[in-house]
Design a protein around this ligand. Structure first.
Ligand code: NAP
Length: 416
């Protein structure tokens, strides 16, 4: 289709998707949103790194054709004040894979979060966050190498559905009277009210995706995280529906923890993935104290949100934690931190979060060799103690470099 400001690269080919399987040509068009604040610095550095890895891995046979699309402040300047132009959604629907830097969201007013809008409009229902430690990264844990999990957070439901009624408004009073008079509910006068929808549809598609991922990547277990002991018909139902998908659709590839102990004495049969569940509060402790027991984690929106950030902190925090928001067709990879506005255009911050989101993207594309080159070069660079300011302040003897210099060091450390 014709776009107003988006220039489709003439040397690239469109990625297609048939029955959930993406077909990646050798010169795929990939959309990128630069992002606000530090977005330009980290996107420029990361694209240099990804391009170098692809070039080294495939000797020019494969190459990404980058296509800039717009959101946030840059969009407002290009589209005359429009922070989220319609053609950004259209381009993502057409070209299917994109990667983005962070976008500003004003607190307590102004426009709605652009990130949340992107997820909801494109129905990117799974927020996927792999969390693992790289040697040399400063961590508060004694044995951070034991953390290696992938969190699948539901992205469209739960308290994020936006069904909230402010205390004192007619809508709130109407709902409060209905709840008290017709449903027998009891709560304090003047309460703000929120509704937490969790559906079988939303839960099952997330669990299905997590299980497919676990099977393809040969992961050991999938843990359903929930607060079903208290919220039986939302969080508890999430747990039940997730088990249902596992048993009904993946019965020959999984065993439940119960079966593991009842029938196999705790020894996992060859090739099987263990499906288990844990209450949300205890899992925060377990991921600190016994992280080796966990692998893929599946959680509703709010618990998944907390959990993703808490676990990322165990292995180095926002500077390196990558993420992606994924739907049936469209995948949008993104840095998990914000715009860090005080560092805008200073060429100072850590590009790691965006860079590793790109590694995830390369892996989802099946370009494993390029993804591995970035990871290995990153590890070498850290061993040399060449880091950006955020890690330098926690690493005695480190050499602090700029964002662009860090990218150059990684590229220099890439050996095919
Ligand atoms: P933030 O931008 O993530 O920054 C908080 C602090 O985290 C920074 O001051 C810096 O710490 C550190 N940091 C973040 N990114 C870093 C990087 N790449 N390298 C090194 N250090 C990094 O959080 P915020 O200040 O709360 O939010 C700013 C804006 O970003 C807000 O408008 C918010 O809504 C938005 N936001 C967007 C997204 C997104 O687009 N996905 C996510 C979160 C927030 P030091 O000050 O200690 O150096």
């Amino acid at each position: 289709m014709a776009y107003q400001h988006i220039v489709v690269p003439s040397d690239g080919e469109k990625i297609t998707c048939l029955h959930g399987a993406h077909c990646i040509p050798d010169h795929p068009i990939i959309a990128f949103i630069e992002g606000d604040g530090i977005g330009r610095d980290i996107m420029t550095a990361s694209r240099r790194i990804w391009d170098a890895a692809v070039e080294k891995a495939y000797g020019g046979q494969r190459k990404i054709a980058w296509m800039e699309i717009y959101a946030g402040e840059k969009a407002a300047s290009v589209y005359d004040g429009d922070y989220m132009p319609e053609e950004t959604f259209e381009a993502l629907r057409e070209f299917l894979i994109g990667i983005k830097g962070p976008l500003t969201t004003p607190v307590g007013g102004g426009f709605r979060s652009l990130n949340v809008t992107l997820r909801q409009v494109l129905d990117l229902y799974a927020c996927v966050r792999p969390v693992r430690w790289y040697e040399g990264v400063p961590s508060p844990l004694r044995e951070p190498q034991n953390v290696d999990v992938v969190i699948f957070r539901e992205n469209t439901e739960d308290v994020y559905a936006g069904i909230e009624y402010q205390a004192g408004t007619p809508e709130n009073e109407k709902l409060a009277s209905f709840l008290r008079e017709e449903m027998g509910a009891e709560f304090f006068e003047g309460s703000g009210l929120g509704i937490k929808p969790i559906s079988a549809f939303g839960t099952k598609r997330l669990m299905r995706f997590a299980l497919q991922y676990a099977i393809e990547r040969k992961r050991k277990s999938v843990t359903i995280v929930h607060k079903g002991n208290i919220q039986k018909f939302t969080e508890g139902a999430f747990r039940n529906w997730a088990y249902e998908v596992a048993r009904e659709e993946f019965g020959d590839q999984i065993i439940t923890e119960e079966e593991l102990w009842d029938q196999f004495g705790g020894k996992v049969p060859e090739g099987k993935i263990v499906v288990k569940d844990r209450i949300a509060d205890i899992i925060f402790q377990h991921l600190l104290l016994r992280p080796t027991e966990f692998d893929v984690l599946v959680a509703p929106n709010l618990n998944g949100d907390y959990l993703s950030d808490a676990v990322a902190a165990e292995v180095g925090g926002v500077g390196i934690a990558p993420g992606a928001n994924i739907g049936d067709d469209v995948m949008l990879f993104e840095a998990t931190h914000g715009t860090a506005p005080k560092y805008t255009n200073q060429d100072r911050v850590n590009p790691g979060s965006l860079m590793f989101s790109g590694v995830m993207m390369l892996e989802f594309m099946g370009w494993w060799e390029a993804a591995a080159l970035v990871t290995q070069a990153y590890e070498r660079t850290l061993k040399q103690k060449v880091v950006t300011y955020d890690f330098a302040r926690q690493m005695p003897g480190a050499r602090e470099v700029k964002t662009s210099e860090f990218a150059t060091a990684i590229i220099d450390n890439m050996h095919a």
